[in-house]
Design a protein around this ligand. Structure first.
Ligand SMILES: C[S@@+](CC[C@H](N)C(=O)[O-])C[C@H]1O[C@@H](n2cnc3c(N)ncnc32)[C@H](O)[C@@H]1O
Length: 221
């Protein structure tokens, strides 16, 4: 199992409990996927505390998720009893526990917490569980332009680091950093519809510090 158990500890400490949908994700879904009907099947990889669930409930589509943390999945089953068979605990780099072809698959800052080999495996699973002509959306895949890329310790491959002693990635286990070419190679079986490199330069409390990540939409061809 590749899943970083640090996430289980984070949720047990009641940290990272984001509950409002991420605006970049909302924009990408409405621009590139347009889910409308109740039959429209959406899979989220790494739903965390369920920040994006209210958005898909509002759209009245058929929402599924795979999440590695048992305690946050139990929390979501209590909060959304109607989704108790649709949100499953598991490692999405190893298996998708649904015999379903999806109209949309997406992640926000989840796949990017795995190493390159297991990300490749996850992308093969995405390919086989996505309907032909449909879209995968990746939001906030961390970039090698992120200031934290120079910190931490290389783990399984040169794009994957861990053991950050402070900052955004302290205690989160593996963090994978991409550049454009790396993403293009990882998704070579897909067509890129859109890719954006988001670089946010901080001025306070500390200047010369960048948050940097990629957002993208790719089509199964
Ligand atoms: C930064 S949080 C993002 C949560 C949510 N997507 C959001 O945007 O609010 C990363 C999540 O991915 C999950 N995750 C990372 N790797 C995973 C894996 N291989 N299998 C299942 N879940 C994983 C973690 O447990 C964690 O909940």
């Amino acid at each position: 199992m590749n899943y970083s158990s640090e996430w289980e500890n984070i949720y047990q400490r009641n940290e990272q409990l984001s509950i409002w949908p991420w605006s970049d994700l909302v924009s990408y879904v409405m621009r590139y996927s347009k889910p409308v009907a109740e039959k429209f099947k959406v899979l989220e990889l790494g739903c965390g505390a369920g920040a994006n669930i209210p958005f898909f409930q509002h759209l009245k589509v058929d929402y599924y998720a795979i999440e590695g943390s048992t305690s946050i999945v139990n929390h979501l089953h209590n909060k959304y009893p109607s989704l108790s068979t649709k949100i499953k605990t598991g490692d999405f780099t190893q298996e998708f526990p649904f015999d379903v072809s999806f109209d949309l698959i997406f992640d926000r800052a989840s796949i990017t917490h795995n190493n390159t080999d297991t990300i490749r495996n996850c992308i093969s699973l995405i390919y086989s569980h996505l309907k032909q002509g449909n879209i995968f959306i990746g939001i906030d895949w961390f970039s090698t332009s992120h200031s934290e890329f120079k910190n931490g310790i290389i783990t399984d491959d040169e794009n994957t680091k861990s053991h950050f002693i402070n900052g955004q990635f302290n205690n989160v286990g593996q963090v994978h950093f991409s550049d454009k070419l790396h993403l293009v190679k990882l998704f070579e079986k897909f067509e890129f519809i859109k890719m954006e490199h988001k670089i946010v330069a901080q001025e306070f409390p500390k200047a010369d510090y960048n948050f940097a990540s990629y957002n993208f939409a790719v089509k199964k061809i």
